[in-house]
Design a binder for this molecule. Structure first.
Ligand SMILES: C[S@@+](CC[C@H](N)C(=O)[O-])C[C@H]1O[C@@H](n2cnc3c(N)ncnc32)[C@H](O)[C@@H]1O
Length: 424
């Protein structure tokens, strides 16, 4: 790891802030809605749609202003010395205090008559430095110890846009060439052999013919590792037990070369409908959607349990997600997680494998759920994930653990649990 501390504020110094001139009322209005709890993505989307007259730079500056005030609100409140600052004051603190815009311009672009005095010096706590609720900063400090500062800093920059090639259709190199011909420049990922990161500003991927042809899916590189850990092979019986809209089911189907039995269960019927649409787009003909839980004794070769969780590993995907969470999220899912893992244990055959996965950094939902399972099921053992292909840097205490600050991925945890051959 680099010894130079990562600075999440440096990207703020290169934004086209001058394009905010004249937009202060629009920005303040959007911010007021975000600060009262409306999701930032939705507010931004609506604001941009009702102001189609804005220039490209104006749209970019508006987006950065809205997202970054939404994200940095606690640190901005510290700079202003006020917990209840108005949106225009928060915008001023962002522009002048964090982005280094000279005070007169920052005041004018924020719609203020004059600059405001700001506190100087480093904020005294991790919660204020990283703009997190106190309980969440305390949680990360407990989970990550000396790495908490760096981890939280990396939560404060947007993650890359990453694609997963559909290997049933073409190679990663061929996809990169195809995307280049569609005007999208990419570079290979580091950990997943299927990953391509999009370079430069976010293109409209949904307008690309290559997406409609099912040549790729948008998926974080860490998330791709979870699908790879299943090591599904053609001809096997594989169950995706928390399939959702099928992000990983599609990956498993491609790995199985559409041969064998691939089953996808989720209690959310609407997500399963989307899974079916995506499967046909990806050219998978053998995905069997299960609308009821599979019965014990199914005898699957491999089961993926990508369980519902607190999703703390994905906080960089939304500037305001952290402020919409409450502390009970740390324990809300553990009973369900234990139940799902127990079911996974019941449906896998002797000698088969269960991959238990979350996108969170929380021992209670990760290591503790697995330990609890292993205590009750001595016929299972935890094995090293990705033996032979996944580097040791992705492994901690025998589990997969990838994080934004160490791997550039969202945060993911996974355990690979093998059932003994002799289990009856
Ligand atoms: C992390 S998401 C899965 C994402 C999906 N695997 C993907 O790659 O797109 C967790 C899923 O678990 C489902 N879920 C919730 N309770 C469940 C249960 N008791 N058993 C199985 N799945 C459940 C949710 O509906 C949700 O779709």
């Amino acid at each position: 790891m680099s010894t130079v501390p990562f600075n999440p504020l440096s990207r703020l110094c290169v934004q086209p802030w001058s394009a905010l001139g004249g937009l202060a009322p629009i920005v303040s209005d959007a911010l007021a809605r975000i600060l009262s709890g409306d999701p930032a993505e939705r507010v931004l989307d609506r604001t941009l749609r009702s102001h189609r007259e804005l220039s490209r730079e104006g749209r970019q500056a508006l987006k950065e202003a809205v997202f970054n005030v939404g994200l940095w609100r606690r640190r901005l409140a510290f700079l202003l010395g006020a917990e209840d600052a108005a949106p225009s004051q928060l915008l001023f603190a962002l522009l002048h205090g964090l982005a280094g815009v000279p005070a007169p311009e920052a005041a004018a672009w924020s719609g203020l008559d004059a600059p405001l005095p700001l506190n100087t010096g480093e904020p005294p706590s991790l919660a204020l430095r990283a703009s997190l609720p106190d309980w969440l900063a305390d949680h990360f400090a407990r989970e990550l110890g000396p790495e908490a500062e760096d981890f939280c800093a990396h939560l404060n920059v947007p993650g890359p846009i990453t694609l997963r090639v559909n290997p049933a259709r073409l190679s990663r190199e061929a996809l990169a060439a195809r995307l280049a011909s569609e005007g999208v420049s990419t570079r290979p990922g580091t950990w997943s052999p299927l990953a391509l990161h999009v370079d430069g500003p976010r293109p409209n991927l949904y307008a690309l013919e290559s997406l409609r042809e099912g040549l790729f899916e948008v998926q974080d590189e860490g998330s791709q590792l979870l699908g790879l850990l299943v090591e599904a092979r053609p001809g096997e019986t594989v169950l995706d037990l928390c399939a959702g809209a099928g992000g990983k089911t599609l990956h498993l189907g491609a790995a199985m070369e559409d041969k064998g039995r691939l089953m996808a269960y989720d209690p959310d019927a609407e997500r399963l409908d989307r899974l079916q649409q995506r499967s046909s787009r990806a050219g998978l003909t053998r995905v069997q959607v299960l609308r009821t839980l599979p019965a014990p004794g199914l005898g699957a070769d491999r089961v993926l349990a990508d369980v519902p969780c607190s999703e703390l590993g994905s906080l960089r995907r939304g500037p305001d997600l952290r402020f919409r969470l409450t502390p009970d999220v740390l324990s809300r899912f553990t009973t369900t997680q234990r139940d799902i893992l127990a079911r996974a244990g019941d449906v896998v055959r002797p000698g088969g494998r269960v991959v238990y996965a979350t996108c969170t950094v929380n021992h209670a939902e990760n290591q503790d759920v697995v330990s609890n399972f292993l205590r009750s099921r001595p016929d299972f053992r935890s094995i090293r994930p990705g033996s032979g292909w996944l580097p040791d840097t992705c492994i901690q205490d025998g589990f997969l653990l990838v994080t934004p600050h160490r791997h550039g991925t969202d945060g993911f945890f996974a355990a690979v649990l093998e059932r003994s051959e002799s289990a009856g």
